[in-house]
Write a protein that binds this ligand. Structure first.
Ligand SMILES: [Fe+2]
Length: 326
């Protein structure tokens, strides 16, 4: 579709346009200077393909990345109700990408699809490209939904119940909710449609019924939109899973997911889900200075394991959700 697609190497399923590559008209053009003129092209590519890669533009500082992301007209979001550790790298909405150990693979996911309000836009900026690995693979959530076996789609359509136990085996609740106040946690949960429970040891358990399949508000297309495969206990390494199950009991696992009616989901279902995700994955090498902009509903992202230094920062904007109608 786009002749510039041939200018960079990527692995992708047949027919994929992801990500649409946009390069400067003149060498060294600053991304912040180009932003206004690119706006129409970016919006169009986001709507059709779901993601654009802005390459070879000048992005001299994290502040200029932040300025570019903010130029789309929505304030950058704070990372609330987090599921993973990350750090703020600026006062206004730029974060490190998830701080998981380098050797770990972070599976494909739409940001905050494990809750009922999520950002519509997400930007990644490669400050330091890892010499080995460290890609941010992406995948079209519409294509994932189409490829998912009908049997699994039907099982997931009523929604997915996410259960989290915060504490020493996962991010502590104080960090997840950015507060030490139980009352503030409860107010957040009430607003977000989350059921909560304080356990006798002072730790917190939450349960939230969320969408597994969602409709895009602008394109009207159905999307696979959940993080069930990340939260399900089958996401743990076998020996970690075994010891946590033994030590804590199923109900106290740091994270797990169930069908909407609370019944357990077999590992075999997630084998199929993961195979579909793998089949739709697009991967390319980061180049320093790159900015990847995604419609967070249309396109999921992941992180490949890496060696050596790597710095990819993230910004998000435009909250959207289904709090009122799910
Ligand atoms: Fe993410």
């Amino acid at each position: 579709m786009n002749e510039t697609l041939t200018r960079f190497e990527r692995t992708a399923p047949t027919g994929s346009d992801l990500p649409v590559l946009i390069t400067p008209a003149s060498a060294g053009q600053l991304l912040t200077d180009a932003a206004f003129g690119l706006r129409h092209r970016i919006d169009e590519a986001l709507m059709l393909a779901g993601g654009v890669l802005l390459r070879d533009f000048g992005v001299p500082t994290i502040e200029s990345f932040q300025q570019f992301a903010a130029s789309f007209g929505h304030p950058l979001l704070k990372y609330e109700f987090a599921s993973t550790p990350r750090s703020a790298v600026s006062a206004t909405g730029v974060y490190t990408s998830t701080e998981y150990p380098a050797h770990q693979h972070i599976p494909l996911h739409n940001e905050q699809a494990y809750t009922r309000e999520w950002p519509m836009k997400i930007w990644f900026h490669c400050v330091t490209a890892s010499p080995v690995g460290g890609e941010t693979p992406i995948a079209d959530s519409r294509a994932i939904h189409r490829r998912m076996p009908q049997r699994i789609r039907s099982l997931f359509e009523p929604g997915i119940l996410y259960v989290r136990n915060y504490g020493e085996f996962d991010v502590p609740w104080q960090k997840v909710f950015n507060t030490d106040s139980r009352a503030e946690v409860e107010a957040f949960c009430r607003r977000a449609g989350i059921r909560w429970e304080w356990k006798p040891d002072g730790d917190l358990r939450t349960q939230q019924l969320c969408q597994a399949v969602e409709t895009h508000p602008a394109t009207g297309e159905k999307l696979w939109f959940n993080q069930a495969h990340l939260f399900h206990v089958s996401n743990l390494q076998a020996e970690v899973r075994e010891s946590l199950e033994e030590l804590l009991g199923i109900e106290n696992l740091p994270r797990n997911v169930f069908f909407a009616d609370g019944t357990r989901i077999d590992d075999a279902i997630f084998d199929e889900v993961r195979a579909v995700l793998a089949a739709e994955t697009v991967s390319f090498r980061w180049q320093e200075g790159d900015v990847l902009m995604l419609d967070n509903m249309l396109v999921a992202h992941a992180r490949a394991p890496f060696q050596g230094p790597r710095k990819v920062v993230v910004a998000m904007a435009e909250p959207h959700g289904n709090l009122g109608n799910f």
